[in-house]
Design a protein around this ligand. Sequence first.
Ligand code: GAL
Length: 538
Amino acid sequence: MTDPAIDRSSSIRTPTAGPAPSINGPRVFGVRPGKPVLQRIPVTGKSPIEISVEGLPDGIKYDPSNRTLAGRAPNVEGSFPITVTAINDAGSTSVVIDMKVGELLALTPPMGWNNYNAFRLRISDQLIREQAEALVATGLADHGYVFMNIDDGWQGTRNADGVMQGNARFPDMKALGEHIHALGLKFGIYSSPGPRTCGLFEGSLNHERLDAETYASWGVDYVKYDWCTYEGIAATLAGEKFAELLPTHANRIRQIISERIPLIEDRTRPRPAAQAAQIKQLTEELDAILAALPADQRQAIERELLIRPYRLFGEALRNLDRDIVYSLCQYGMGNPGEWAPSVGGHLWRTTRDITPQWPAIRSIIDRQAGLERHAGPGRWNDPDMLEVGNGNLTPDEMHMQMTAWSMLAAPLLIGTNLTKMDALTLSVLTNVEVIAINQDPLGRQATIAHKQGDIHFWTRPLADGATAVAVFNRGDQPAEVVLRLSDLRIPAPASVRDVWRHVDLGSLSDISVIVGPHGAELYKVLPVDARNDRDPQR
Ligand code: GAL
């Protein structure tokens, strides 16, 4: 845990917000025709704030009690621009939010909270309620963090009809969902396609449609669908295909696969050497037999089995009278960016689990390069959840993760205990200009534009014609960096804004800055001729 002796508040970069109202969160959101809508309008500023909404289609009303647009989407596809105005005694502001009725959801990366990084499987209805209330009370919901996602650990057993029930710590999932909705938040849940989840709770195997329907009846808005224990099912199904194609080896193929599954599924870590050797020997024998098949045929079979469970659950979700964001959690196997959108996935994990340590965060960031081609509105690479506020991350590392996730158009799922956050953590999570880059409606994920040793420069084009530029210091020492716009192929001079500190730096060709170890800086660079009509936050 963080050392309380260190005063981290001196590392705060985000300026304290003034009293005037600010309308935060995405400027565009998607809903499917005719489906229920519950969309919070995140607004900060000094209370009381009066919020008014114009241009709402029939069937949707603004509910001031929880700041949501609530009702049912129109039955026709199209764009519905909604004008939101917020007024208090310190000022007023107005923005247009585009409600896009169509097939796509998650037009900007999902933002919210998930229990796993802070609490693992030790969760309960009460804990989720406390955290949901804290999401609102801390102002995070009014910065756009609206998904309240329960991870693994809520599941009990199925009733006589096969319907999934919460366990003793989750006595009434529907009531919990209603509570979350009443707070103006969305309700997320977790399952796995195998017989068991990663935490060894009941999975969705052979109950996919029923589970999707049950979740919808509880008011679920987001499902994270894991992979654990489907491994054995996939291996068995693949084995059957291989046995059909190579009948003379059929018995041995089946034997190898059935011997291998329990070994692979054994979670004893570190894996005993004898077990590892046995897996290796069985794998080599299987590979030798399968060498008789054309390599692409084997690959196609294995890839299809990676996709299969996600297609099945995706179909079940699509048929519901409810919009549910679908998050695939299979650690990037088989390049999910290439197929996840076709099975209805809105986001997909690209790596194994994150931990609150710099090497894990650095390696995850490194693995995102090249994946940008898959990202866009409604389809996001997911480098896993935020660790900001957890472990012993330094202030620089916290700013680094938030900067990187914003540049990567990654989902922003907070993973810390919201009732115990310090001021630095909250400041890193609530910088409206950093969040606006994450939520930029163009939805383009950053690419590496230039490298100088340990210093990496990433750029990301934004909807207003500006470019977001991040400087990452991957080294262990502070670095004096000169960022030349010409190295990033940005026309210079250009108007440069320090996004973390909300300061205009003027018209520049070079930016000189000292970047802390494992730290990041973030700029918004606007060509001099594109400075008209700007939404002040964007
Ligand atoms: C892992 C997943 C984690 C968490 C965990 C729950 O497979 O990557 O994010 O959901 O399972 O058991």
